[in-house]
Design a protein around this ligand. Structure first.
Ligand SMILES: [Zn+2]
Length: 871
């Protein structure tokens, strides 16, 4: 039996001469010979595939398979049509799924992975759909939504037709020149009368989630109109996401797909660069500077640049030194006295003494960074100049805000979504904030608001301000339910909320979160000094917002979305919760460490507002920032400034952000315009404005939704992105469907519907349908009633029939339909396999990494090659 021992040469003649060091190594988990034989099999399949390609294929016809064919000048307008008609679909399913292998060796694992991914996408779509965080879920995207004060008239005639709805005769008279007299076109009396009282009721349930009921009877019997997932369900679903995102084979699968996507983009841009440049040169008037850009993540109290703040403080000291600005320690202090108390004169003030810039000394020091909000390091100057609720009722901050608004309006193409704090310390905060905005007339067509809730429960608790966590929830949400039931109970809040897009959760994510290995207590019983973890905060924001949104949609008021800071530092479960229940996130730099979640963010095109300059100062140096990788892979990335006061040097912080990114990452003009387009797509401005900025079809996917005259992104780029995404989704769909046939166990106990994602299945949420039906049919497609993952909803509800066709393709697609020009730039090394049936679907089943993992696990011994049997 000695020939069977691994260290002894076999009985066959030649192997006797082998030196010990050249002998094949074989361990229980590694078998060189088997790996080799597998890679031979791959090579063979690859060859067979090539010999099976019909002669009509582009390769055979001698056309560069990777190059997008340049059409004749006259044909150019039809380019988009061609792509959508069939080029789109052929490109989508070719390359990534080129082969119908005759071996089923790999598919069970691939099936399992795709099934899990599919399950997670369904899970997300359940959460997002339930909380109405969708384009069609928000009444302010309807045609009949009135924006008040009306946005300025488009300067060029062709756009004028899109403005029809928003013309009130009185508002017309008060129209002002953009950049001047901020707020003068706003008149509180024109917002009256407010809508009446609703007969629905709301109640805080035992687990601190506000529930909405149709009447008192439903309330007493406990039948809310919308059933939000319980804390337990939420954590189970979150665990399902985390389980998949840490699963080894799923991780390597995602990593490979992402690398493939990046490579595919690089190949695409190498070959189509000139075409893109030519296409964008053909567009009259439009360039990077005059495409619309939205700053998707910027904190209001740091929205001005430091020079601006300095100038403002100096002018206040010069013009009104005797104004009483502060009440402290039982004394009223004038501005002059305040500056005397800190030993400063106007002359002393400079950028250096102001010391608010954070690019040198705040790396990994979020605590230090927070102190940078204090001018000259003095919290009282912050109190006077940068707070909305102070002795002067936030007048200084309102004045400087108007100056920033005026700059934005003059620049015309830059919009912002300012984040402003509600702390949850007292129930009056909302009314004070709303009064500050309304009384100071802080209204501009370039500005919308997000409300950020700092996670500071531990601070309030330790200062004795509150007993338990439930009080934070009550303070943040009760006024919102009150004003939704009866707007006249908080009239100014009602008006302010019309300009609020959603909620953010902020604080230092890198703070350690102690894990409790028991069930988390409900908020009423959360009375220790420990701060609840990130996921717990986000759950309660989500659950309460879901109830609130449902009621607001029912009343025809605008709804909110969740757009938290997420994945800037800290645990990867922050990103998992971001994926599960948030509309989009800010930062997300830690996605680079979690390929599975990154791939999911890609598949669902979840918005990521990235701020590489801010990260550079705080958590991650610029060169290591994954922004450029994300962008190339096709994630929905936008650039934002975060805190211009602390990070920017110039008067136009957003342009500064783009320009640094362009220089370091070598972004082309088309890349920059694509980033700008993403920012408009992610933002919460009303659909009618987005249509004005991106074109009237901007809610459609792919080329159909692209207007190169507005976005300056060539159709060829859009087609490439769309086709790639559709291809990835088709891949997941195809293999997950196979898996569903084999095993019915779903991810984390969540039962995913087995029928194809694409075949609309009747939805059980009948009450939602009812309310949806009241919406304007022109903005809402009936597909909203179907339960499909949100990406697909996105594709479908964007009215893109081609998305559907191409996703159906794997079943019927034949290799002969490849003759049109698609972005066939993926015939690279990723392919391998063979067809058994000529003309049948060509698709790839060999994913090398997965084969090897399987082999390593030793469960393929039974079908090994001759070498194996010998051992
Ligand atoms: Zn931020």
């Amino acid at each position: 039996m000695e020939e069977n021992q691994p260290n002894e040469p076999g009985p066959v003649g030649e192997t006797r001469d082998i030196l010990p060091r050249d002998r094949q190594l074989r361990t229980p988990t590694y078998d060189y010979a088997y790996e080799k034989s597998m890679s031979h099999a791959e090579a063979k399949l690859f060859y067979q595939h090539h010999s099976n390609i019909p002669s009509t294929s582009p390769q055979a016809a001698g056309i560069n398979p990777v190059h997008f064919p340049v059409p004749d000048e006259d044909d150019h307008p039809s380019l988009a049509g061609d792509i959508r008609d069939d080029g789109d679909t052929s490109g989508a399913s070719r390359g990534m799924m080129n082969f119908a292998s005759d071996s089923n060796a790999v598919t069970p694992e691939l099936n399992a992975i795709c099934h899990k991914i599919r399950g997670l996408l369904d899970l997300r779509s359940k959460y997002v759909g339930l909380s109405l965080q969708t384009l069609v879920g928000n009444p302010n995207n309807r045609r009949d939504w009135t924006i008040y004060p009306p946005p300025p008239e488009p300067a060029w005639g062709e756009d004028k037709e899109t403005t029809k709805a928003n013309e009130g005769s009185q508002a017309e008279q008060r129209r002002r020149k953009m950049g001047e007299d901020i707020g003068e076109d706003f008149d509180l009396s024109e917002c009256m009368p407010l809508p009446g009282e609703s007969d629905w009721v709301f109640k805080l349930d035992a687990s601190s989630v506000y529930q909405v009921y149709e009447n008192d009877k439903a309330a007493s019997s406990g039948h809310p109109v919308v059933k939000t997932p319980s804390l337990r369900d939420f954590y189970m679903d979150l665990d399902a996401v985390l389980d998949v995102s840490t699963d080894g084979p799923a991780k390597s699968f995602s990593f490979k797909r992402l690398s493939y996507l990046e490579g595919k983009f690089q190949l695409y841009s190498l070959l189509n660069e000139y075409q893109e440049i030519a296409d964008s040169k053909k567009v009259p008037h439009r360039d990077f500077y005059n495409v619309r850009k939205v700053d998707t993540h910027v904190h209001h109290s740091a929205c001005m640049n430091q020079k601006h703040l300095l100038r403002f403080i100096k002018s206040k000291m010069k013009k009104s030194p005797d104004e009483v600005v502060l009440y402290r320690d039982g004394k009223h202090l004038t501005l002059k006295e305040v500056f005397e108390s800190i030993n400063l004169t106007a002359y002393d003030l400079s950028i250096d003494t102001l010391d608010m810039h954070a690019h040198t000394d705040s790396f990994h020091r979020f605590d230090k960074f927070n102190l940078k909000y204090n001018p000259v390091g003095e919290s009282r100057l912050r109190e006077i100049f940068l707070k909305t609720d102070n002795y002067i009722k936030g007048r200084y901050l309102a004045e400087i805000t108007k100056e920033v608004m005026s700059d934005l309006e003059s620049s015309k193409y830059q919009m912002v979504e300012w984040r402003i704090s509600i702390y949850g310390r007292s129930i009056q905060e909302w009314d004070k904030l709303a009064a500050w905005v309304v009384d100071n007339k802080l209204f501009s067509p370039n500005v919308r608001w997000l409300v950020q809730v700092p996670r500071l429960y531990d601070v309030y608790k330790s200062s004795g301000m509150m007993e338990n966590f439930e009080q934070v929830i009550t303070n943040v949400f009760q006024p919102l339910f009150e004003v939704t039931r009866d707007p006249s109970s908080h009239p100014k809040l009602h008006i302010f909320l019309q300009r609020v897009i959603g909620f953010d959760s902020v604080d230092d994510e890198s703070k350690a979160e102690r894990r409790l290995y028991r069930k988390y207590p409900i908020p009423k019983e959360w009375n220790t000094k420990q701060n609840p973890p990130y996921t717990y905060w986000v759950y309660f924001m989500f659950a309460n917002m879901a109830s609130l949104n449902y009621w607001r949609q029912h009343r025809g008021f605008n709804t909110f979305v969740l757009r938290p800071h997420c994945g800037e530092a800290g645990d990867s479960d922050h990103l998992a919760v971001g994926f599960l229940c948030c509309h989009s996130i800010s930062h997300g730099i830690l996605l680079r460490k979690v390929p599975m979640l990154q791939y999911l963010f890609y598949l669902d095109q979840i918005g990521i507002a990235m701020s590489p300059l801010s990260n550079n100062a705080l958590f991650l140096t610029y060169d290591k920032n994954p922004c450029a990788h994300f962008f190339r892979r096709g994630l929905n990335v936008s650039l934002s400034t975060d805190d211009p006061l602390q990070f920017a040097f110039t008067k136009e912080p957003l342009i500064e952000e783009y320009s640094v990114a362009a220089q370091i990452y070598k972004f082309s003009a088309v890349d920059m315009c694509e980033l700008a387009k993403h920012s408009v797509e992610q933002c919460g401005f009303e659909l009618s404005l987005k249509e004005r900025w991106l074109g009237s079809n901007c809610s459609l996917a792919g080329v159909a939704g692209n207007n190169v005259a507005k976005s300056n992104v060539p159709d060829i780029r859009e087609a490439f992105r769309h086709e790639t995404l559709v291809g990835e989704l088709a891949l997941i769909e195809r293999y997950s469907a196979q898996a569903a046939g084999d095993e019915v166990t779903a991810v984390g106990g969540y039962e995913s519907p087995i029928p194809s994602i694409l075949k609309p299945s009747p939805d059980s949420r009948t009450s939602r349908e009812k309310s949806n039906r009241s919406m304007d049919s022109s903005t809402q497609s009936d597909t909203n009633e179907f339960k499909v993952p949100s990406v697909l909803t996105h594709l479908i509800s964007r009215g893109e029939p081609d998305g559907l066709d191409s996703l159906d393709l794997p079943q019927s697609h034949t290799s002969a339909s490849n003759d049109s020009g698609g972005f066939v730039c993926d015939n690279g090394p990723n392919t391998g396999g063979a067809t058994t049936r000529p003309g049948a679907l060509l698709e790839q089943k060999i994913f090398p990494g997965i084969v090897h993992e399987r082999a390593q696990r030793g469960n393929v011994l039974g079908r090994g090659g001759p070498d194996q049997e010998e051992g």
